[in-house]
Design a protein around this ligand. Structure first.
Ligand code: UT7
Length: 328
């Protein structure tokens, strides 16, 4: 079987910056609390009228430029998001139209929350590997500012907006490309992180809107503990499966939820923090966009060199988890 490789990456962050001090004027919090509990200093917020699909298009254009391809070269578009422009149709359909892609292209969304980019990557990988699709565009994009409860200090300080993208296709070197992905889910944890109402089980009512129950709710402490355990297990599982040692990984790109979670995984894996890519301080948690933004920044800042093996690892609402190994 031929190797499937990442041919290009791109990312986009909206211009508007919301600092911890800005938040301290909105809810009872402080820069000191947010920085010490999460490592976040600021996050980006989509501009007025700037939609999920618009951010996805920006990241996609940069990834296509990086790959030396045009939108019309793509025949598969998979978008990971939990904040599509509207519940129906998929954000992928809006992105197809805005990017000017061909019509004979499969376009759909994947919702696996913060693990979404890895779920989308695995889906696209399998579809390209099958030989039925040649070149795939995989986007992770979120406008979390639209579903955050801006009166809930336990969540609103953590999240931000942004987009990241990767182009996937047959590689020209059989030693480089995606080594593999592993995905999983602990459905027992559904209630720990969810949007309780606004779905088909409890459609929006005047009361649910007044109670802000169409916003994200999280049991932070429980999620924190499970996040550390699941990301550590996901990393160990994929290393064992592909018979690699942790010290053979040049760079880990973890889901950027909380600096303390990343530090705990660094300790458990006995890998120093300089092998972990961190940008949670600048973007907060951008859910499905977090890994592709970090991957793009890592590549563009020279943190990934030819021959390196990179480990991507994520967890999110569901509770979903995933990991991926890529040789560059
Ligand atoms: O992508 C997956 C998404 N989620 C995550 O990865 C989040 C995982 N969880 C976390 O990152 C952490 O649990 C948090 C950062 C959310 C919270 O940190 P913590 O160390 O677990 O704090 P805590 O929830 O135990 O709260 C400690 C105190 C509480 O006050 P009391 O009960 O001790 O008086 C909170 O009410 O801090 C209070 N608190 C705040 N204080 C100032 C909670 N949020 C804030 C805030 N500013 N924003």
């Amino acid at each position: 079987m031929s190797t499937i490789a990442i041919l290009g990456t791109g990312s986009y962050a909206p211009e508007r910056v919301l600092t911890n001090n800005d938040l301290a004027h909105m809810v009872e919090t402080s820069d000191e609390w947010i920085r010490s509990r999460s490592g976040i200093r600021e996050r980006r917020i989509a501009g007025d009228g700037e939609q999920t699909s618009d951010m996805g298009v920006q990241a996609a254009r940069r990834a296509l430029d990086d790959a030396g391809l045009k939108p019309t070269d793509i025949d598969l578009l998979v978008v990971a998001t939990l904040t599509p422009d509207m519940p129906m149709p998929a954000a992928a359909c809006l992105i197809q139209q805005k990017l000017g892609m061909r019509t004979d292209v499969a376009c759909f969304d994947v919702n696996a929350a913060c693990s979404g980019f890895l779920y989308a990557l695995d889906t696209a990988w399998a579809m390209v590997q099958s030989g039925r699709y040649r070149k795939a565009l995989v986007i992770g994009v979120e406008k979390l500012s639209a579903i955050v409860d801006w009166q809930d200090r336990t969540t609103c300080v953590l999240f931000g907006d942004g987009a990241g993208a990767a182009v996937l296709g047959p590689g020209d070197d059989s030693n480089r490309g995606l080594i593999g992905l592993r995905l999983g889910t602990y459905g027992d944890g559904v209630d720990l992180l969810c949007i309780p109402r606004g779905g088909s089980a409890a459609p929006a009512t005047a009361e649910s809107i007044a109670a802000r129950d169409h916003c994200m709710r999280m049991k932070g402490k429980e999620v924190f503990k499970l996040a550390v355990r699941m990301m550590d297990e996901a990393a160990r599982d994929i290393l064992e499966h592909y018979q690699l040692r942790a010290d053979q990984i040049s760079l880990v790109i973890p889901h950027q939820a909380n600096l303390r979670i990343i530090e705990a995984i660094s300790q458990y894996l006995e890998l120093p923090m300089d092998r972990f890519f961190v940008n949670v301080d600048r973007y907060g948690n951008t859910s499905a966009a977090s890994i592709p933004i970090a991957l793009d920044e890592a590549r563009r800042s020279g943190r990934i060199r030819a021959g390196d093996v990179t480990l991507l690892v994520a967890f999110g609402a569901g509770l979903t988890y995933g990991s991926a190994l890529i040789r560059w």
